[in-house]
Design a binder for this molecule. Structure first.
Ligand code: A3P
Length: 296
């Protein structure tokens, strides 16, 4: 429809050194002056690292018991506003966040660490950062860009991968994002840095760590309920979290809940692509201590 035409296949442009598209910069002034509250929880990720999974986990941990209606009546993107988004088909993320009446507010962002509104740091907000290995992250991003016309044209896989390596992705290079947040975490104990691969390997263990970071102590029964409800198959079939209510996404091309696996990159990378990627990765990740697993 006409509503979504202006969103269609937006061009990438350089925004303070980071590739962006207009729907994440149009509302920039309001984003930068956004007033965080001390109990806000920021969920920060590079796109396709497991944002929705962790958002739903946090939502259930905080509101699963007290507001069961919330789970059946509000899609996840209204429960957990996407801070920098300004898609016009929804109110901008800053407005959605301001309208939230529940506490704590859960707020999602894909911003690289240097772009986070300063009030989140001033208020000492807790941040849950989720990172995913570069190869699977690239594959997931490729399929997302194919099915979502609000993202730039992906081109073919080889083309896309080259662009991923060049850092010409919405929200910039993967490596700058994961290492920028990793460095920030070294001096800020309010940042809980998680890995998608760890979540897949042992969701319960990661759930326990998350609860201890958040200062929550749910019963065993409740934790099991959260783990069960947020399993891939259950989220895939849950219209309130699977994005089936979003007009710009074409699930016939690829569903939002696509595979949910570690190692799907092996079905996409040729041997030559993988070698070239590894070579490039070594150079870019030379000066950081953050370590990723591409298999579990
Ligand atoms: P794939 O495309 O590899 O399947 P985001 O929410 O940051 O956009 O990330 C989306 C990715 O997380 C997709 O990866 C999606 O399938 C995966 N995902 C979402 N929910 C999941 C879950 N409960 N368990 C495992 N993976 C999940």
């Amino acid at each position: 429809s006409k509503d979504i035409e202006h969103l269609s296949r937006p061009p990438l442009f350089d925004f303070h050194g980071v590739s962006m598209i207009h729907c994440f910069t149009d509302n920039w002034e309001n984003i930068q002056k956004f007033q965080a509250r001390p109990d806000d929880i920021l969920i920060a990720t590079y796109p396709k690292a497991g944002t929705t999974w962790v958002s739903y986990i946090l939502d259930l941990l905080h509101f699963g018991q007290t507001s069961p209606d919330r789970q059946t009546s509000l899609p996840i993107y209204e429960r957990v506003p996407f801070l920098e988004s300004d898609f016009h088909i929804l109110p901008p993320g800053t407005e959605l966040a301001e309208k939230l009446t529940t506490t704590p507010r859960l707020i999602k962002t894909h911003l690289p660490v240097q772009f986070v509104p300063k009030s989140f740091w001033e208020q000492n907000c807790r941040v849950v950062y989720v990172a995913r290995n570069a190869k699977d992250n690239a594959v997931s991003y490729f399929h997302f860009d194919r099915m979502n016309i609000a993202q730039p044209e992906p081109g073919d896989w080889n083309n896309f991968l080259q662009r991923f390596m060049d850092g010409k992705m919405v929200f910039g290079p993967w490596n700058d994002h994961v290492t920028g947040w990793w460095e920030k975490k070294q001096t800020n104990s309010n940042i809980h840095y998680m890995f998608y691969e760890d979540m897949i390997e042992d969701t319960r263990r990661e759930l326990d760590k998350l609860c201890s970071f958040l200062g929550l102590s749910p019963s065993e029964e409740e934790k099991e309920r959260v783990r069960g409800g947020t399993q891939f198959d259950n989220m895939e079939n849950n219209n309130m979290v699977n994005y089936s209510t979003i007009p710009v996404m074409d699930f016939k091309i690829s569903p939002f809940m696509r595979k949910g696996k570690v190692g799907d990159w092996k079905n996409h990378f040729t041997v030559a692509q993988s070698e070239q990627f590894d070579e490039d990765y070594k150079k870019k990740m030379m000066n950081t201590t953050v370590q990723f697993r591409t298999v579990v």
